[in-house]
Write a protein that binds this ligand. Structure first.
Ligand SMILES: NC(=O)c1ccc[n+]([C@@H]2O[C@H](COP(=O)([O-])OP(=O)(O)OC[C@H]3O[C@@H](n4cnc5c(N)ncnc54)[C@H](OP(=O)(O)O)[C@@H]3O)[C@@H](O)[C@H]2O)c1
Length: 308
């Protein structure tokens, strides 16, 4: 065996679904930096991110069929599958049903079965704190969260019958310093720039925000648990900041740290149907992981970004 082959054998191999999304694209960058040979499964019309790390990534295109998924897994032969692909809808309409089932149940089940066929056993799944409305053991905030739970039930079959080892990471809200998504900080910055006030609810709902770098680290730590054979069957962890804050306080803190004047019309909007007023606090913490970037530090990073 020549040196190159030995080295490539020693290299850990990751397969990531949802790699073109917000969390997945950061995870791919983290895995590449961490030395993994990284494969992704995308759709023919997926927009592949332009981060330089994606140049080294091996892309597999899934045509929607189970056979195509089996071929993707057979080509990649990953040590760990990181499953992040999902369709998120906070509320659904009747027309969304097919897409929700296709993205959140069918795609994932094809992936699990392709792992079975190719004797690949290490699986990281991505859940959501929204499976726990009102801090209950199971009460889905919306149909999206219910599809996550349904997928957990399907995963259980593969754990019991096919000797899979799995870790489910349940995520809360995520953010980054230069967040392009039209989420809270983006809207606050926009409003500060234009002077246009933002209409919001009364702002009493708790928000649990975790910086994307911490989320990526949680995935990498979870993968190491699998590779070290520390997982017997299925483990589930909450990737929480442990510091949820009412929206109103969050906005005030943000305005202070980023030295912006942000005008908000509190109470101008109703709370959303099944608004998450209190966050889920009953999840287990994963060993060796704690968020390193506090909310204040994360906000300072945003401040540096908007100043430059
Ligand atoms: N972001 C958060 O704050 C948060 C909170 C809780 C849980 N989560 C979970 O974390 C994971 C990643 O979330 P995210 O915010 O990064 O999602 P995102 O930005 O919306 O990206 C979704 C990803 O899933 C892929 N996808 C969707 N449907 C697919 C299908 N039918 N076949 C193949 N790929 C499909 C998309 O690919 P295309 O590019 O082809 O569309 C994209 O790569 C998800 O499982 C989500 O439920 C996220």
């Amino acid at each position: 065996m020549n040196k190159l082959t030995e080295e490539s054998r020693a290299q850990k191999v990751a397969l990531v679904t949802g790699a073109t999304g917000f969390v997945g694209s950061h995870l791919v960058q983290g895995l590449v930096k961490d030395g993994w040979q990284t494969h992704i499964i995308c759709r023919c019309d997926s927009n592949i991110p332009t981060f330089v790390e994606f140049d080294d990534v091996i892309k597999h295109f899934h045509d929607g069929s189970t056979d195509s998924m089996i071929n993707c897994l057979s080509d990649a032969k990953p040590d760990v599958v990181f499953h992040l692909a999902s369709l998120f809808l906070s509320q659904h309409e009747a027309k969304d049903i097919d897409n929700l089932i296709q993205s959140n149940i069918l795609f994932g089940t094809q992936l699990l079965d392709a792992m079975r066929v190719n004797s690949i056993h290490n699986f990281i799944n991505t859940g959501t704190s929204w499976q726990h409305y009102n801090n209950e053991d199971y009460n889905p905030v919306c149909l999206y969260a219910a599809t996550k739970q349904a997928f957990d039930a399907l995963l259980e079959y593969y754990l019991q019958a096919c000797d899979f080892k799995a870790i489910t990471l349940k995520l809360f809200d995520t953010y980054e310093s230069n967040d392009p998504r039209p989420k809270l900080f983006y809207l606050l910055n926009k409003s500060a720039k234009t002077g246009q006030p933002l209409d919001m609810s009364k702002g009493e709902q708790l928000i649990d925000l975790v910086h994307i770098d911490d989320v990526v680290e949680a995935f990498i730590i979870a993968s190491q648990r699998l590779l070290d054979n520390k997982v017997t069957k299925n483990e589930s962890y909450a990737i929480s900041s442990n510091n949820p804050m009412p929206l109103r306080e969050l906005v005030e803190l943000y305005a202070k740290i980023t030295e912006q004047t942000i005008k908000v019309n509190w109470g101008a909007r109703d709370y959303r149907y099944r608004e998450v007023m209190k966050t889920w606090t009953k999840g287990n913490e994963i060993d060796c992981w704690t968020p390193k970037i506090s909310l204040v530090d994360g906000m300072r990073k945003i401040f540096v970004n908007i100043k430059t």
